[in-house]
Design a protein around this ligand. Structure first.
Ligand SMILES: [Zn+2]
Length: 430
């Protein structure tokens, strides 16, 4: 058997950890939907827009109340233009392996939709996709619902600290404070409420396993060291007569305030030795500021908060080499390839080939589906398994590592590394 087939078979047999998803609970999935509406919630819809589809036509294509045949006519040229991207291939794999449709086109779109609808009606679709087809042992879902809710889905959670770092209205702060027994009137009150929330969820016996920060969508990852008094001034803005009444629209707090609060959240994470998952690189959607999300901008946090383990997301794409440098340099920086294998399968393979020369193999997590709908997870995990097998094949073929070391690394990347970093063993024993 050739090296690739050998490694792919080894990887296919693994029950993997899925480090990052946005899946709704199965019982709470949107009911009024069809295959185009659900599959174009995100990702491939952005490639369609990038290919030229306009916003108005996209909203028609997503409208499951209209006939699917007509909507397909609108989307078809853009679908065809984008179908070989990573996002397109993940959907093609899902159509083939979950619904028995080999090619998505005008002849098959109705059949695909019938099979999609029938599978939803049959029930236990998450079990079929996540367990039977994808062989995923556990998924880390972002965000943890607040207030916290139990679920039968195979999930643990990442807790978002956004609302504490970038609060948008006093009413939101008041209710967050009330939940942990604090009246919020000063910046110190707000910091105490933040600490209590984080410690309540992340140091108690809950299913929350880490913090999450996705603020690179709306601001730079450079969190500067600012003074309490400047942050306090910005905090007090929320209490202006203009902003205070419940009916007032939300405001955006000043950068100095979110700088201060991000440092404070890191301090709480440092005190409790928590894992902090951070969005870096490409932002979902069309049109954003990529240089805001360069992972090197986090260097001051990596240096100051050495007890926090930073799980840096999305391969840093396109800052792949920068992320490799950071993970090599800092003991508390880890590489997470979630979303990466569909952003660009080739970039994921190339990155891994390079990282394995520079970064210790216990610091990389290979997979997180990062989908809002479950069918995409299947396509993504298959691409991830293929990519890791291909990258490791290259390392074996060029004589860098042995076949048995390649097998060991594959198991670490898909299971042992995320399991150890996020302390998942107790959930796997359930
Ligand atoms: Zn995500």
């Amino acid at each position: 058997m050739d090296t690739y087939s050998h490694l792919f078979d080894h990887i296919q047999a693994l029950n993997i950890i899925d480090t990052h998803e946005h899946l709704p609970f199965e019982s709470e999935r949107p009911q009024e939907t069809d295959v185009l509406a659900e599959w174009l919630i995100h990702y491939f819809s952005c490639d369609l827009v990038s290919a030229g589809l306009n916003d108005n036509d996209l909203s028609i294509v997503r409208d499951s109340r209209q006939a699917i045949k007509n909507r397909w006519q609108i989307v078809q040229p853009y679908w065809h233009a984008a179908e070989s991207t990573g996002y397109g291939r993940a959907l093609a794999i899902a159509a083939r392996d979950l619904y028995g449709v080999d090619t998505i086109n005008s002849q098959t779109i109705e059949q695909l939709n019938e099979n999609f609808t029938a599978a939803r009606k049959a029930g236990e679709h998450y079990k079929f996709v996540l367990k039977e087809k994808s062989r995923i042992a556990l998924s880390v879902v972002d965000p943890m619902p607040i207030p916290y809710k139990e679920t039968d889905d195979p999930f643990v959670f990442a807790m978002r600290a956004h609302d504490f770092i970038c609060p948008t209205h006093y009413r939101q702060m008041r209710s967050a404070g009330a939940e942990v027994g604090i009246g919020v009137h000063t910046l110190t009150d707000w910091m105490e409420a933040t600490r209590r929330h984080i410690e309540k969820h992340l140091t108690a016996n809950t299913r929350a396993v880490c913090l999450k920060n996705a603020l690179a969508y709306e601001r730079s990852l450079l969190y500067e060291k600012v003074t309490y008094s400047d942050a306090e001034k910005a905090f007090n803005e929320l209490f202006n007569n203009e902003n205070l009444p419940d009916w007032r629209p939300p405001i955006k707090v000043a950068k100095v305030f979110s700088d201060w609060m991000m440092h404070f959240v890191c301090r709480v994470a440092d005190d409790n030795q928590l894992v902090y998952q951070i969005h870096t690189g490409l932002q979902e959607g069309n049109g954003n500021i990529i240089y805001d999300s360069n992972p090197t901008l986090l260097s001051n946090l990596f240096l100051e908060y050495q007890n926090v383990r930073f799980d840096v997301f999305h391969m840093g794409y396109p800052y792949i080499m920068e992320l490799g440098n950071l993970a090599k340099n800092f003991q508390n920086v880890f590489i997470n390839m979630c979303w990466g294998h569909i952003i660009s399968p080739e970039a994921a393979r190339r990155a891994l080939v390079e990282w394995l020369d520079a970064v210790p193999a216990n610091k990389i997590s290979a997979f997180g589906g990062d989908y809002c709908f479950v069918d995409g997870v299947y396509g993504h995990q298959l691409l991830a398994r293929q990519n890791v097998a291909a990258a490791l094949t290259q390392k074996v073929t060029d004589g860098s590592i042995s076949l048995s070391r390649a097998e060991e690394i594959a198991t670490w990347l898909f299971i042992d590394n995320p399991k150890r970093l996020l302390k998942l063993q107790r959930f796997l024993d359930e």
